[in-house]
Design a protein around this ligand. Structure first.
Ligand code: PSU
Ligand code: MN
Length: 315
């Protein structure tokens, strides 16, 4: 316990917001350390925090630095994740299973959806914005992202733009069903495919506004369900790409990954990088737009889920 108390550093502004029941939005950091190039990754991280603040909620970007699990990052922390001081300092990609080892071995890295969820639950954050979740990989039935089981046991609203078509999307939706995770379309019946508004697949529920999403999540948890509520928010139409076009790039990238025997944690970053190259960077614009869009929706949901009260010390 004392080991964890030392290792877990909740930034004072985030701690205060949590203590007083103000809205807080968790943000992941693998998108900074592994998902986007410098300097767009740093700008994006700051812009996502800015979107949350603008809506009067508190952003809590989560990462591990020198063995400390940080909830809420300062500019210097974001810079370290976006551009390591020396090229030979490798930032880890930290999932739930990697948190303990990263603390014990004083490592640094970005937390994935799974890693961020595990920390959010520890500190009582109920809303989390990301770009896309991990899922079941294509042609690889045993490569299933740890994001899925973590979603199955974390009572958090996760706002994303669906999942990238680098994954087997029908299989991913089946696993979410098995794990008891409602998949709720925000103003849509279609499951988005990250860069694309539609994937050809449908969601199981639809909600029209942030209040409905908050009510839905509250009812889910009050009925004893302990899983996440996955809110899928389509990418802004003006930045989205047609599904068929992205799919051709993905098929090519998946083939190359197999040929080059890319395995394990390296698969997702490899595929993301190749799709970006094959699209001549057009996917990057969509990526940045949807991340900010998700941060905004998450802040609105957090506001409806918040339960403001005065801190005990001021009563
Ligand atoms: N999907 C994306 N971009 C990302 C990721 C997923 O479109 O950056 C990151 C997220 O942090 C996600 C993680 O949680 O990759 C999943 O990795 P894996 O498939 O190795 O579980
Ligand atoms: Mn994997």
């Amino acid at each position: 316990m004392s080991e964890l108390a030392n290792a877990l550093v909740v930034e004072p502004g985030v701690a205060r917001a949590l203590e007083t029941g103000q809205p807080v939005v968790a943000l992941e950091s693998t998108v900074i350390s592994h998902g986007l190039p410098y300097p767009q990754n740093l700008e994006l991280a700051q812009e996502m925090e800015g979107e949350v603040l603008r809506l009067h909620a508190t952003p809590a970007t989560i990462a591990v630095l020198d063995g400390r699990i940080r909830v809420g990052l300062k500019t210097g922390h974001l810079e370290r994740l976006a551009r390591p001081a020396a090229p030979n300092i490798e930032l880890k990609k930290i999932s739930g299973r990697d948190l303990g080892p990263a603390v014990a071995l004083r490592q640094s890295g970005g937390t994935t959806v799974a890693g961020t969820l595990a920390v959010a639950v520890q500190v009582g954050i109920r809303v989390f914005a990301t770009g896309g979740i991990g899922g079941v990989h294509r042609n690889a039935p045993f490569d299933i992202s740890a994001d899925l089981p973590e979603l199955g046991r974390s009572p958090v609203v996760v706002v994303c733009a669906g999942a990238k078509s680098i994954l087997d999307l029908p299989a991913t939706l089946e696993v979410l069903e098995t794990l008891g995770v409602p998949v709720v379309g925000y103003q849509t019946d279609d499951f988005p495919a990250f860069f694309s508004v539609k994937s050809g697949l449908k969601v199981t529920q639809r909600a029209e506004n942030p209040k409905q999403l908050a009510d839905l999540a509250r009812a889910h948890w009050e009925l004893g369900q302990a899983s996440a509520v996955l809110v899928v928010n389509p990418p802004p139409a003006e930045d989205a790409l047609p599904y068929e076009e992205v799919d051709a790039f993905v098929a090519q990238a998946v083939k190359e990954a197999e040929e080059q025997k890319i395995l394990g944690q390296k698969v997702t970053p490899f595929l993301l990088q190749r799709v970006k190259e094959l699209s001549h960077g057009r996917t990057l614009q969509a990526n940045l737009a949807l991340l900010k869009n998700n941060a905004r929706l998450a802040a609105q949901i957090a506001t409806h889920l918040a339960n403001p009260h005065k801190p005990a010390s001021s009563l």
